[in-house]
Design a protein around this ligand. Sequence first.
Ligand SMILES: Cc1ncc(COP(=O)(O)O)c(C=O)c1O
Length: 375
Amino acid sequence: MAFGWIDEQAQARRRAGLVRILRPRPADSPLLDLASNDYLGLARHPEVTEGAARAARTWGGGATGSRLVTGTTELHAELEHELAAHCGFEAALVFSSGYAANLAAVTALAPHGSLVVSDAGNHASLIDGCRLARGTTQVVAHADPDAVRKALATHDGPAVAVCDTVFSVDGDAAPLAALAGACREYGAGLVVDDAHGLGVLGDGGRGAPHAAGLAGADDVVVTLTLSKSLGSQGGAVLGPARVIEHLVNAARTFIFDTGLAPAAVGAALAALTLLRREPERAARARAVAAELHARLTGLGLCAVRPDAAVVSVRAPSPEGAVRWAADCRTAGLSVGCFRPPSVPDGISRLRLTARADLSGDQIERAVRVIGETRP
Ligand SMILES: Cc1ncc(COP(=O)(O)O)c(C=O)c1O
């Protein structure tokens, strides 16, 4: 029977307690949100929603075509200029998602005969970029510049190392300056995904590469999502102008994809303007994460010390993690739940995201619920 194998896979998934379900979110959810990636609390900020509405009224509901055909508005150009200026890079290119930006950066910068050195903890979109790239991928130990160095030493020809700046599962940061040093020893490029660093790390939320002294470097390329701290949707690649020009000509997820919707561009621009006006939001998100971590470990829970705004709390099993998250939800708290196969190390976790707009009372409540519902 066509697709019969799907039922076998579904059964195996059920047996392993790994079925994923979609849960619609009401607009006026009463849950306290520690699950979204709205780190700066901007997704519903009136200036951000007005930025989206104004852009849609002016430019329409969609971009109407590929950026190379009809999909580039002056709003796209303005956002690219502002993102590059904020993070300290020469140029930027906006994509329809962070996922598409990562596919673009890795595939376009890893031609046939090249080597891609990929951190074992990388996000799925970087992994998929490696799978699609014409170059050969070597996966190396997590956050290990010496492992990158060793991999690069085996290769003769173009090479690039790729990694998250803040790893999405445990919220730990990559040793960016040391990684850049390793790449430079071998004339390799460095592509870093700052999805969880933009708006949270660096002076005024300029991101992890800026904090590591790599802003504007001619051998560093940064990918971003607009869907986390900027409370919008979409992605971007930042880097030297010649790299950005190359992407316009070579990146298939740019060339063959409809441009980012004007509303998303307008929302991201408004959020960036807000971040520049209120740079203290970045430090507040980090402080909330540190407080959550301190209080949860104070209860005897095992949590990774956060380098940015993601706080990862260990759960005893996939089923235990699912039950824990469900019990939190029943008690009015929304938390993320990560388990295999999303986490290759097989460890299930609750994943909490700190938000700059959480009050002391909300932090208190979140910690109490997580403690009281622990399996
Ligand atoms: C590290 C990382 N990179 C890329 C993405 C993809 O970004 P987007 O949701 O904009 O496609 C995500 C998550 O969404 C992420 O966590």
